[in-house]
Ligand binder design. Sequence first.
Ligand SMILES: C[S@@+](CC[C@H](N)C(=O)[O-])C[C@H]1O[C@@H](n2cnc3c(N)ncnc32)[C@H](O)[C@@H]1O
Length: 362
Amino acid sequence: MRESSIVVRPQPMDSATYTASSRLQAAGLRPAITLFEEAARTVPLPKTPQPIAIADYGAATGYNSLLPIGAAIGIIRRRTRPDHAILVAHTDVADNDFTALFTTLTEDHDSYLKADPATFASAVGRSFYQQILPSDSIVLGWSSWAVHWLSRIPMPIPDHVQISYSADDEARQAYARQAAEDWHEFVAFRGRELAPGGRLVVLTVGVEPDGSSGFKAAFDAIVAALRQFVDDGLLSAGEARRMSIPSIGREEKDFRAPFAPSGRFEGLSIEHLELFKAEDRFWAQFQVDGDARAFGANWAAFLRASVFPTLAAALDPGPIEERATQFADRLEAAVAARLAAAPEQMSIPLAKVVLVKRRTST
Ligand SMILES: C[S@@+](CC[C@H](N)C(=O)[O-])C[C@H]1O[C@@H](n2cnc3c(N)ncnc32)[C@H](O)[C@@H]1O
């Protein structure tokens, strides 16, 4: 097979390890949950028997959705009768592990299903870069750590795995174009799905003052390990070249672009937009216990769950299942060792955005 005919697609999280290692993703959730609670206090609610619909865009295993969705339901319940039905739609790509999601919803102590018998859970296995829920139906939307994933890999990044650390102009332009298009589509379709007066809270990756998307030591450790694998003959140069992570941080002007110049787009406007830094929880733990090995291992496990599946998708086709596992094992060990050898605090730039849909069609 010719190298150029291999199409690498972004892959979903590894559900076997995502929940355990997503403690880091929980960083930054708290301030976004506060915004979601405020939204739950103010959005107009439909009358019974119409259910109150909440959407969770990019749910993965559902583990990090329990707190925000549960908090919103708690607040909505103070505004409704206890039997007014609430319908929660957890959405993700088709090959997400929805079994893991429903197991979380059924078994986790913090599941909102345990707390509220008139709340019903459902799932949608379709990309959020299209309309996936009925028009004018969603009262509250939530999306955390998901829209930094581009809909596709626009081209391989020749000199790095993450675009903000690349010096290649063509690649930088291709990723910037894709990021702009994806945010435009994401917002446009949420504009259709939100009910009048409905709100969408988005927590996603922002940028550093130098324009980079943070996580530098982690991405550099991956690049160094991949180069070593090529030198050692574990990986072909072609495979390494195709390995790119299609995630991107956005700055304020990127978030505002679809709304220019009127401030409105598809009935939506930006109610809140803030860039901030999240805590590196693994670094905080290292400050307490001084355990550099654990620091490296925690970061490597997180990267394995979140980005290694996409890197492994660039391996040459063949009986890859075993090779992909071996690749992930080796990469995890190499990245853990590099980060443990020189622990440094990871910069995690995030952005929280609240979009509101106008109440009438004026
Ligand atoms: C890092 S996980 C975040 C999960 C969870 N929301 C959290 O905060 O931990 C990102 C999720 O976004 C999903 N995702 C990425 N692109 C998507 C798309 N185009 N449509 C729907 N989900 C997508 C991934 O499959 C993955 O499950």
